[in-house]
Design a protein around this ligand. Structure first.
Ligand code: FE2
Ligand code: ZN
Length: 301
């Protein structure tokens, strides 16, 4: 992979084993998650390591375009998701994965001989990625943009379905639980970018994502497989009167259980990390309901 060669050229002269060590760590953790009991078979194709390399590659590209330090951005990108899958868990809200990522970076970078001051810069940039309240460095901004860009556009859609398979969701289940979020974040992608280079890349990816999903819903409808409609709901930003929030809710036209109407409730919650808007979709006549949460800082326009 050209991207891996480029990353190697940047990192390996100073830290020759760093990329392969982080790769091994992430692949091992994912293997434990995917096959908790059977480790005998060779594990091929780590989703998370592939995503990590995409983010590192975008981070390098953005940093170079911004004239900022690509070296630090790539190292932060390599560790940014390293706390996932650790101990076989995945998106477990009770466990702060960024703390795990930061601890892993601390340990590995020290073993690779990086000086403590530089390690602190890196670990601060990692934790700032997850905490809107923590002041972000330029490196954090670059990796933030790279991580979002990797999730949208043609590549992003491919990743989205691969990730769903990892959580054992089929197409319909994936669309029900996550499409509103994908559309909403895709529509807000440019406004969510923190760097000029990121903003430039985001325009194309945002449009491609929305075009793809609209086409997918049309095709499902034509084939009589699933009937989704997209409803745009705009809200004033609760904290910032200059901004608005637009949700793109992709919901079945009628309740999949009983064919009655579906209705929405919206609530805003403040967590320690950021503010969230939760949309609860529920049937007017049966108990069928589900909810989708959106991070306010990432959808404010
Ligand atoms: Fe990521
Ligand atoms: Zn119902």
């Amino acid at each position: 992979m050209q991207a891996l060669k480029d990353l190697g050229k940047l990192i390996s002269p100073i830290y020759p084993s760093l990329i392969s060590r982080v790769g091994q760590l992430i692949e091992d953790a994912e293997q434990k998650f995917v096959r908790p009991t059977d480790e005998s078979e060779e594990f091929i194709g780590s989703f998370l390591w592939e995503h990590t390399l995409h983010v590192a590659s975008f981070a390098r590209k953005i940093a170079l375009a911004e004239g900022t330090d690509a070296f630090d951005a790539v190292i932060v990108a390599l560790f940014h998701d390293s706390g996932k899958f650790v101990e076989g868990r995945y998106h477990d809200d009770d466990t702060p994965e960024e703390e795990t990522a930061s601890d892993l970076a601390q340990k590995i970078l020290a073993e690779e001989g990086m000086d403590p001051e530089r390690i602190a810069t890196i670990t601060n940039a990692i934790t700032a990625l997850y905490n809107e309240q923590q002041s972000a460095s330029k490196t954090t901004d670059v990796v933030h943009d790279a991580d979002f860009l990797a999730k949208f556009g043609y590549l992003g859609v491919a990743n989205f379905f691969v990730k769903s398979a990892l959580r054992q969701k089929n197409i319909y289940k994936t669309l029900i639980t996550s499409l509103s979020k994908e559309l909403t974040y895709a529509a807000a992608l440019q406004a969510n970018m923190r760097t000029v280079a990121g903003k430039e890349m985001a325009g194309k990816k945002s449009a491609a994502t929305l075009t793809y999903y609209r086409g997918l819903l049309d095709e499902l409808r034509d084939a009589g497989i699933a009937f989704f409609k997209i409803i745009e709901e705009a809200f004033p930003h609760p904290k910032n009167p200059d901004k608005s929030l637009t949700l793109w809710m992709a919901v079945p036209e009628t309740c999949p259980e009983c064919c009655s109407q579906l209705s929405f409730d919206f609530t805003i919650q403040t967590t320690t990390k950021c503010e969230k808007l939760t949309a609860k979709v529920h049937c007017v006549s049966c108990p069928n309901c589900y909810q989708v949460s959106f991070c306010l800082p990432e959808i404010a326009q």
